[in-house]
Design a protein around this ligand. Structure first.
Ligand code: HEC
Length: 135
């Protein structure tokens, strides 16, 4: 390799390295901004359709075999009217996501529901803050 082509090689080589560095730094900054984003239960704003789906997800998963809502359901778990008042959204989310992580030995099963479904359930429970006898 001639001295000249070696110089060109070194020059472009360092430009390449600089571009790589900028990309790495930019990427980590974006990652940090993303990591600091608000948790999903803070930003989720349930629509009427979400609330309706939340109720359906609960019916499909048998939540009501243990829990009572509006006077109907099982007695193994607590009545869910008012649960959105007793617990914060964060507590509800973490609980429904993984009950055994919150309370080892609890009788409530692990469902591994997607976050989106949990948020819809919470949206539904928020509409059940007070005991209503009507379904
Ligand atoms: C086998 C019975 C059972 C099923 C099925 C069940 N749970 Fe539970 N759940 C419990 C029990 C028991 C508790 C009380 C926690 C404890 O002390 O262990 C509870 C607690 C809760 C709480 C907290 C209530 C509060 O006010 O403290 C929520 C919310 C909840 N369950 C939602 C759900 C949802 C949503 C489903 C369906 C996806 C579900 N549960 C299915 C038994 C059940």
């Amino acid at each position: 390799m001639s001295r000249e082509s070696l110089l060109v090689f070194v020059k472009f080589g360092s430009v390449f390295v600089a571009v790589l560095l900028v990309m790495i730094v930019a990427n980590s900054l974006v990652g940090r901004a993303h990591g600091g984003a608000e948790p999903p239960w803070e930003t989720f704003n349930p629509t009427a359709a979400d609330v309706h789906e939340g109720r359906q997800i609960m019916e499909r998963n048998g939540c009501l075999s243990c829990h009572t809502v509006d006077g109907f359901g099982g007695q193994i778990g607590p009545r869910l009217n008012g649960s959105a008042q007793r617990k914060t959204k964060e507590d509800l989310f973490l609980w429904i996501k993984s009950p055994i992580d919150v309370k080892p030995g609890t009788r409530m099963p692990q469902y591994n529901l997607p976050d989106e479904s949990i948020l819809k359930i919470i949206g539904y429970l928020e509409t059940k803050d007070t005991l209503q006898v009507q379904p």
